[in-house]
Write a protein that binds this ligand. Sequence first.
Ligand code: IYR
Length: 223
Amino acid sequence: MPEEFIPYTHPITYAHDADLIAQSERLNATMQGRRSIRKFSDRPVPQEVIHNLIRIAASAPSGAHKQPWTFAVISSQEFKSKIREAAEKEEYINYNGRMSDDWIEDLKQFGTDWQKDFITTAPYIVVVFKKSYDQLESGEKAKNYYVNESVGIACGFLLSAIHQLGLVSLTHTPSPMNFLADLLDRPPNEKAFLLIPIGYAADDAVVPDIERKSLGEVVIEVG
Ligand code: IYR
């Protein structure tokens, strides 16, 4: 038996199912309002909020509790410009031949192109890095487990929290992403996973008129 276990108490309890149901409905309604936003306001966000968001992301479960992630927080105009320039360079190539015709066709409804203004407009850019192994002081490498799953869940926590605070985000995947580790001077065990601008939506932000799959389309009831 492992050494130390401590009692667990959930921070939230509902005495009645009706309260639980009502809260699940409120939370669903809130989360249904989350959208990927590509036009940001330059309105500042307090740094403390970003730090709390990262605390929330880093509270995610991970394989063997290895917490295989690093969150780079970028706020200076100078650094954001460097990142934007490098991202647009790759994306220009993507949109002009590297992506398949089917892919370009699938993206048409989102109105995306190689230009990534949001990188310099949003007050904060968070680049999430995954660590496939930890580099030990001894020089040895300690393997991490289920790294993509773990870091993906952490990003989900982050996006959900961003939305619940009235802020918006975008899961941006400039590809290939190696330039981020180079620009941010990350060690060889860290690979860029997602680039996430965080801020307020621009007053004139628009989103595509798309629907989510219904419950019936995504669920199978078994027993
Ligand atoms: N990385 C590109 C292309 C792109 C790909 C997918 I799949 C999207 O859902 C959206 C964009 C870009 O960021 O424009």
